[in-house]
Design a protein. Structure first.
Length: 136
């Protein structure tokens, strides 16, 4: 019985030394949440390595051939003169004739209507249609 008491006392004395522990401290890795700022480059490199998305870019430096550029410039000049004629008719003394005009892939039809002057523009390549009504 005496030995049992010694063992119990010895176990009670040793228990605090066996159960010693330290405080659990959480230290974040991400610098945005208080972690070390030196981890930023490593986290960014890891994220870029895992990124499977690619940036889509429709922009190109191809300016086309000289013939395409000339055709486009000519179309712009013709449309510009037509729009100037429309505005001069409405606000000036120049006369615009009623009729159908073809500028490349655009068909412009000018006709009088009850609301005023009607200008219908049809793009024959895409089928898009625009109607402009200039009131009297």
């Amino acid at each position: 019985m005496k030995k049992l008491k010694y063992y119990i006392v010895l176990i009670l004395i040793c228990i605090p030394f066996l159960t010693y522990s330290q405080n659990i401290v959480y230290k974040p890795i991400n610098p945005f949440f208080g972690g070390d700022t030196f981890n930023y480059q490593q986290l960014l490199a890891s994220a870029n390595a895992q990124n499977s998305f690619e940036e889509e870019s429709d922009f190109s430096f191809d300016q086309g051939s000289d013939l395409d550029n000339f055709t486009e410039t000519l179309n712009r000049q013709l449309l510009n003169s037509l729009s100037q004629d429309l505005f001069q008719q409405e606000f000036g003394d120049s006369a615009l004739t009623v009729g159908t005009y073809v500028f490349g892939s655009l068909v412009v039809k000018i006709s009088p209507s009850t609301d005023g002057l009607s200008v219908n523009i049809l793009d024959t390549t895409t089928g898009e249609q625009t109607q402009i009504i200039i009131p009297n």
